[in-house]
Design a protein around this ligand. Structure first.
Ligand code: ADP
Ligand code: MG
Ligand code: MG
Length: 895
């Protein structure tokens, strides 16, 4: 018989931590904690296989399930001395979802299940606290109605608010037992009105209703969005956890809270969290009451006058500290825990690896390794390369003036500026128009995920460090300031005001997620550095990686950034960038407009010293590290002026007529510029351009080599080669220039000539292109163009339909973002294999955007490239991804 249900409690469990696929993360860890002898309320987990069965069989359950659930309920009854539905000593349970990967806030939990008009009286009698019993009942009706019956939460909140107003109450805590009992009557009436049916009184019916709702919620819109954003397959399914209730709302010696074993924002090794006295479940994260700190130290730091858990409940606090230590050692990672204290007794309700910022992740990984809990390799494997992006973004310049409008909690670090918007829809709309926005909300909910994605940063006026906004923003790596309580938001007017100032939609603010400050206007930012734990982890990564990492750098500034972030050379220097500089574009235009070779050479002679200057500076900065320079690549018409005024101006400066410029532009216009007169085709039609560039490179190499004492070995790269003949023609010019410069300067020049592989034909003909004395000495896969030419998809026009392709699963991911292993990847494989066959020491790299994408880096490792080259800011990401690939980390492969 299939086992669909796994019990836990009483110091043991049928499951364990490594059964996440079957039991979900929450269920597996509850089992593990029970096995460790920690105080876990007994319960059972209905497996993810039931979820799979449920959807495969028209939303029905396996026939053995009901009996297995009954037996498990009996077992909880035995352990708690209570009975489910028992009218003198009722067992109440929570029904909780739990997928393999944690999906915070995506699925809803129902608490206090099993309460009805009879059992509530029994609970009142047993606890001697009617107020507590009816408070629990009304919570149950609200949650159950919301989650299972689809009756919106706010309908009940409205009834409560009305009742409070009528009685002059401010806080929920002022309501008496009679108030709650009265409200329960109104709530039940509301359910009757809304659903046409009485609120279910049979605990079994309640239970199956809740179980069905958990499985049902696996397919709700929120869950689907979350899965899509986090690449969680639909096939995983969720488990359902049913667990005996413990009560944090049983008076002032009861509490509920959440905590991290280390600070999830900074990584500091100190217990960190929040709790509420006399509260239940999600009161802490709901942001309705402001939570209290766990430790005295944190309370002092926050300047709070409410007692910490440490001082209010010292016994429970002590036990909690011991459990934290035990769990961290056991799991060898920072844990995120949920606990409840019922009349002084501590109960653990959840543990999992805590989500953390990239900064905290680095600190924690490095410190766990130093503490000997994990190895350096494990530390390297623990960091998500993509998450480093968070640290590679600007923070506010400490010297910049800060006009602080308000201060909230530093919920997710980094800084961002943008126009304020008050809804997720507006955030998405403006983002689509290329604007930068800060999403401002009282608090966020799972419905805001898309807006949070669109925003540069998130600002909320309510909610703590574990509020939805804070948790989700940290996961996304976006700056967030939460709980900025002095700000008043008026959604209808689309304004926010604070201390008499009103800001309206579209006004610019800057948020500093590291200090919690909200600043007026745009504030100056500074560039990030690799210091502290980040630097340490990078040295560990460098020890294990096999792939070299270079950067794509066109300017001296790029090159300096690249070096700062550990690039081992320049894999792609695009020379056209240099042509656009204000002081030389005129000469470039003159060159393009020239009618004769002679006139062209005259214009090129003006450009030569400027190019030489560019390259000299680049070589000097790189101090003998390899630098790959690509000859002019884009279509020439890109350099010509557009618009009447600009054309007239250029014509005047060049002493020619506007008409002549227009004619030349018309001559150069193309239907498919990406497949037109560009790449090596320019060097073949106008060899003097390639000659000028080659000369500039060699003269610069000679000069810089002399000056720095580190010989420069330039790598001259010919773009868009399709045939060996093209390569030979261009290479002959380059060699000729090298020979001339060598003679003129009286130095021997070492250099390489290679090609970019960006056409399928070049991959297929790689052996021809690399073979023999005069063959290409290196390949650099230009995977942007190679993807474009392999798919026949113009990447400038693809945005419109590629999104449809990925949404419909025709392509698993955008192939311009992550390399298409099967198709484009095959061309790379073929190119490497055929090239190396004829030239075993052929140097092979990649220089497309893919060089900074972790999954693509893993692919490059697999096909044994020598290096990847990516944007300077992504070099740390590539270094780490390369190290993880070398350590054999599996990267989610594409379907
Ligand atoms: P989520 O996945 O959204 O965190 P949980 O299933 O963990 O949802 O439930 C949310 C909260 O409900 C828990 O943090 C805890 O405070 C409360 N809760 C869940 N089960 C119980 C229980 N058996 N007794 C008391 N409180 C519970
Ligand atoms: Mg929840
Ligand atoms: Mg939880």
């Amino acid at each position: 018989m299939v086992k669909w249900v796994y019990g836990f409690g009483g110091g043991k469990a049928e499951g364990k931590a490594d059964m996440k696929n079957l039991l979900g993360g929450k269920g597996a860890n509850l089992a593990e904690m029970a096995n460790l002898g920690l105080p876990v309320p007994p319960g059972f987990t209905i497996t993810t296989e039931v979820c799979t069965y449920f959807y495969a069989n028209g939303e029905t359950y396996p026939k053995e399930l009901a009996a297995q659930v009954d037996a498990a309920l009996d077992q909880i009854g035995k352990l708690t001395n209570k009975g489910f539905g028992d009218t003198s000593n009722p067992l109440l349970v929570s029904v909780r979802s739990g997928a393999r990967a944690s999906m915070p806030g995506m699925m809803d939990t129902v608490l206090n299940l099993g309460l009805n008009d009879e059992t509530v009286e029994a609970l009142a009698a047993k606890s001697g606290d009617r107020r507590f019993a009816y408070d629990s009942y009304r919570r149950f009706i609200t949650m159950y109605s919301d989650v299972v019956l689809g009756i919106e939460h706010h309908l009940f909140e409205d009834i409560l608010a009305e009742h409070k107003d009528a009685n002059g109450y401010n806080l929920d805590t002022e309501l008496t037992a009679e108030d709650w009992q009265h409200l329960v009557g109104l709530y039940k009436q509301k359910v009757q009105d809304e659903s046409g049916k009485a609120f279910p009184q049979d605990p079994k019916e309640q239970l199956w209703g809740a179980i069905g709702a958990v499985f049902g919620s696996w397919m709700n819109a929120r869950a689907k969005t979350y899965r899509r954003l986090h690449n969680i397959p639909e096939s995983w399914g969720t488990a359902v956890n049913v667990q005996a209730m413990v009560f944090g709302n049983m008076g002032d010696d009861s509490a509920t809270g959440v905590a991290f074993t280390r600070n999830p924002s900074t990584g500091d090794k100190s217990l960190y969290g929040e709790f509420l006295i006399n509260a239940q479940g999600e009161d802490v994260v709901a942001g309705i009451r402001t939570p209290q700190e766990i430790t005295e130290a944190a309370r002092k730091e926050a300047g709070s006058d409410k007692p910490s858990l440490e001082s209010a409940m010292p016994e429970a606090f002590k036990e909690l500290t011991q459990i934290y230590g035990k769990l961290e050692k056991h799991y060898r990672d920072m844990q995120d825990l949920e606990f409840t204290i019922e009349q002084g007794k501590l109960w653990m309700l959840q543990t999992r690896s805590g989500k953390r910022t990239a900064k905290a992740a680095l600190k924690i990984a490095v410190e766990l390794a130093s503490e000997g809990l994990i190895s350096q390799e494990e530390a390297v494997l623990r960091i998500d390369p993509a998450s480093l992006d968070q640290l590679l973004h600007p923070t506010i310049d400490p010297k910049a003036e800060r006009k602080v409008i308000a201060t909230g909690l530093p919920a997710s670090p980094g800084a961002a500026s943008g126009e304020i918007v008050f809804s997720s829809e507006d955030a998405e709309e403006l983002k689509a128009k290329g604007r930068k926005v800060i999403l401002v909300r009282v608090e966020t909910s799972p419905e805001d995920i898309h807006g949070m994605h669109a925003a540069e940063g998130i600002l909320t006026t309510r909610g703590g460090m574990t509020s939805h906004a804070a948790v989700v923003a940290r996961g996304m790596g976006k700056p967030c300031v939460s709980g900025a309580g002095s700000i008043r938001i008026d959604y209808a007017a689309k304004t926010m005001s604070v201390a008499g100032h009103t800001l309206k939609e579209g006004d610019t603010v800057t948020i500093d997620g590291s200090t919690g400050q909200v600043l007026q206007g745009q504030v100056r930012m500074i560039e990030p550095e690799l210091s502290g734990e980040f630097g340490t982890l990078m040295t560990w990564a460098d020890k294990v990686r096999k792939l070299g990492v270079r950067a794509n750098a066109d300017t001296p500034a790029d090159a300096r950034t690249a070096l700062k972030f550990g690039a081992e050379g320049i894999g792609l220097c695009r020379t056209e960038h240099m042509f656009f500089e204000a002081d030389r574009i005129l000469a470039v235009r003159e060159m393009i407009l020239a009618d004769t070779e002679k006139a062209r050479r005259a214009a090129l002679a003006k450009i030569l010293p400027m190019q030489r200057g560019d390259f000299t500076e680049l070589f000097e900065i790189m101090q003998g590290l390899p630098v790959t320079i690509r000859l002019l690549d884009p279509p020439l018409h890109e350099f010509l002026p557009h618009g009447e005024a600009e054309i007239a101006e250029v014509a005047a400066s060049l002493g020619t007529s506007p008409q002549k410029i227009k004619n030349r532009a018309a001559e150069l216009a193309e239907f498919n510029p990406m497949l037109g007169f560009r790449g090596c085709r320019i060097a073949i039609a106008y060899p003097e351009i390639a000659e000028m560039q080659a000369r500039a490179i060699f003269e610069a190499a000679a000069d810089a080599g002399k000056k720095t004492g580190k010989p420069v070995v330039p790598e001259v790269m010919v773009p868009l080669i399709a045939t060996r003949a093209e390569f030979d023609l261009v290479k002959a010019r380059i060699d000729e220039m090298a020979a001339q410069v060598s003679k003129e300067k009286g130095v021997t020049l070492e250099y390489q000539v290679g090609t970019m592989i960006e056409l399928p034909r070049a991959s297929l003909m790689a052996d021809k292109i690399a073979e023999g004395e005069g063959g290409a000495e290196f390949f650099s896969f230009g995977t942007n163009d190679l993807t474009q030419t392999c798919f026949g998809i113009s990447r400038d026009d693809a945005a419109g339909f590629l999104a449809t392709y990925t949404a419909r699963g025709i392509l698993a991911v955008d192939p311009f973002v992550s390399i298409d292993r099967d198709g484009v990847g095959e061309l790379v494989r073929i190119g490497v294999e055929r090239g190396r066959k004829v030239r075993p020491n052929l140097k092979v790299g990649i220089c497309g955007e893919h060089g900074g994408d972790p999954a693509s880096v893993a692919f490059c490792h697999e096909v044994k490239l020598d290096y990847v080259s990516c944007s300077p800011f992504r070099t740390p990401i590539a270094r780490l991804a390369a190290a993880q690939a070398a350590l054999g980390k599996e990267v989610a492969s594409q379907a």
